[in-house]
Design a protein around this ligand. Structure first.
Ligand code: NAD
Length: 484
């Protein structure tokens, strides 16, 4: 069964199990009354998790040295075991992530875990190359860095550990993670499960490590420790800025604010359905999810009506201000930001808090606003999608470029015009550009290609995989070893 078929099967099973948003919210509320769906974990049982971050680094270093003693065949067995345990625990880790962070939807988190387990490339990503000629032969191979320091987000906690773990170990590295403090339990559980799987097939038992209580201080220790060779940072602007000042090589997967453009050649029914599915997936906390739309006037009404048919609730004019007042806040510098209390919450939860009633199958809140509205300019990380009416494709592209804010992260376009699609892709310059599909197609769900949960935007590696976490080494034998 292909990954996409598997994901479709699991989605159907999940929907049957948890139902629509309404059933999901009821289940979520129930957990306070009877804890039947809670997963209990004992911190002392985590494998690879240490009270002291220094110990985590020492253990990762030792395990990486042991990994270097093993064959590539054994490394492949290790990767296979990591995939297997991730698949077996995909739903359990999704439930834990949801309970701990309060973000997103269990069924979508399960899909993200499965996606990371199945579609993260392994050692096959490491291609050696050779040069031959009159002067002999030169071999180029991809080697590990050693210990990698990885700072992980609260929005995709277990799927990032699965994805980073497979990619980094496939390249021969070990990893010391600094989990987001608000997702530390599910992160430590993911690390522990993966370490156990590695150990059970004869690998080192602490290839993935973390401090039990991650803090800014433990992050600083990782960022400055001499045994940590490179930093991989997945998160918002602040952590990327701090890592960049560390003096180490940094692979930074920063924030996004992905625009979606719909022009007058698009298949509007499909575009509406795709946008609702993409923007509501895991309640919009994926950095790749559609966060604002630019729609041509001639198809605006049809698209909006189709979106409503597919589970969007359109805010009435007076409701826009009510919702904006609730879900937005100001930071200490007076800048408009999202209200943390609503990150990853469902559309129904947000509307309920605003005193607005909506159909129980509502997945996404939409609102017609102008391009300067915070629903367009702020990375909202919740299912609230501002839509701007535009009059030409050029206007749409120009406004989408501004909204994307130079993140060079992700953009989506619905159009049947190759020249419009090309023009937008060239102007937006994003690491991921999705044509005529939900944003998640760019990560390999209903789209071709491998997956990652660490899209290195500012530093330019794009969708990271084992080769991103490798050093390029060259060996030259002059005057020999050619066979012709
Ligand atoms: P966040 O920036 O709050 O946290 C990410 C990690 O950085 C956490 O481990 C956190 O503890 C740490 N951190 C935050 N500030 C720090 C500082 N000053 N010093 C050291 N460490 C610090 O992000 P989040 O809310 O968990 O995740 C959402 C953000 O991450 C969004 O902006 C989203 O776009 C981005 N993201 C990007 C990608 C990508 O692949 N490009 C993937 C996931 C999330």
């Amino acid at each position: 069964m292909s990954t996409n078929d598997l994901i479709k099967k699991i989605t159907a099973e999940m929907e049957q199990k948890y139902g629509d948003n309404k059933t999901f919210i009821q289940t979520h509320d129930l957990k306070h009354e009877n804890n039947t769906r809670s997963i209990q974990t004992n911190s002392t049982k985590y494998i690879g998790v240490f009270e002291n971050v220094e110990d985590a680094i020492i253990a990762a270093k030792k395990s990486q040295e042991q990994l270097m003693e093993l064959s590539m065949k054994k490394r492949n067995e290790i990767i296979a075991a990591m995939r297997k345990t991730s698949l077996e625990n995909a739903e359990k880790l999704a439930i834990m992530a949801h309970e701990e962070t309060g973000f997103g939807r269990i069924e979508d988190k399960t899909i993200k875990n499965i996606l990371a387990a199945e579609k993260t490339p392994g050692t096959e990503d490491l291609h050696a190359s050779t040069f031959t000629g009159d002067d002999g032969m030169t071999l180029v191979e991809l080697a590990p860095f050693g210990v990698i320091g990885s700072i992980t987000p609260s929005t995709n906690p277990s799927s990032t550990i699965i994805n980073n773990g497979i990619s980094m170990v496939a390249a021969g590295n070990s990893v010391v993670f600094n989990p987001h403090p608000s997702a530390k339990k599910v992160t430590c559980e993911s690390i522990s499960l993966l370490n156990k799987a590695i150990h059970d097939v004869g690998g080192p038992s602490e290839l993935l490590t973390a401090p039990l209580n991650p803090t800014l201080e433990s992050s600083k220790v990782i960022m400055t420790h001499e045994d940590v060779r490179i930093l991989v940072v997945t998160g918002g602007e602040a952590v990327v800025g701090v890592a960049m000042k560390s003096g180490k090589k940094v692979i930074a997967a920063g924030p996004g604010n992905p625009p979606v453009i719909v022009d007058d050649t698009a298949n509007i029914k499909k575009a509406a359905n795709d946008i609702v599915r993409g923007a509501s997936f895991d309640n919009n906390i994926l950095c790749t999810a559609e966060k604002e739309a630019f729609v041509l006037n001639s198809v605006f009404t049809e698209l909006r009506n189709e979106m409503v048919k597919n589970g969007a609730y359109e805010l009435k004019r007076h409701e826009i201000e009510i919702v904006a007042n609730e879900v937005l806040a100001k930071n200490s510098e007076g800048k408009t930001i999202y209200n943390k209390n609503y990150v990853g919450k469902s559309a129904l939860e947000i509307l309920k808090a605003c005193g607005i009633s909506a159909p129980q199958d509502c997945k996404l809140i939409i609102a017609e606003v102008t391009e300067n509205h915070p629903f367009i300019t702020v990375e909202m990380l919740m299912p609230v999608l501002g839509i701007v009416r535009v009059y030409t494709v050029d206007e749409a592209i120009e406004k989408a470029v501004i909204a994307e804010n130079g993140n060079l992260h992700t953009a989506v376009m619905h159009s049947e015009s190759v020249s419009n699609l090309t023009k937008a892709a060239r102007a937006l310059k994003t690491s991921i550009f999705v044509k005529n599909a939900p944003s998640f197609a760019g990560l390999g769900i209903e789209g071709e290609g491998f997956t990652t949960l660490t899209i290195a935007t500012p530093t330019g590696e794009g969708l990271t995989s084992a080769k991103s976490f490798s050093r390029i080494r060259r060996c030259t034998l002059s005057g020999g070893f050619r066979i012709v």
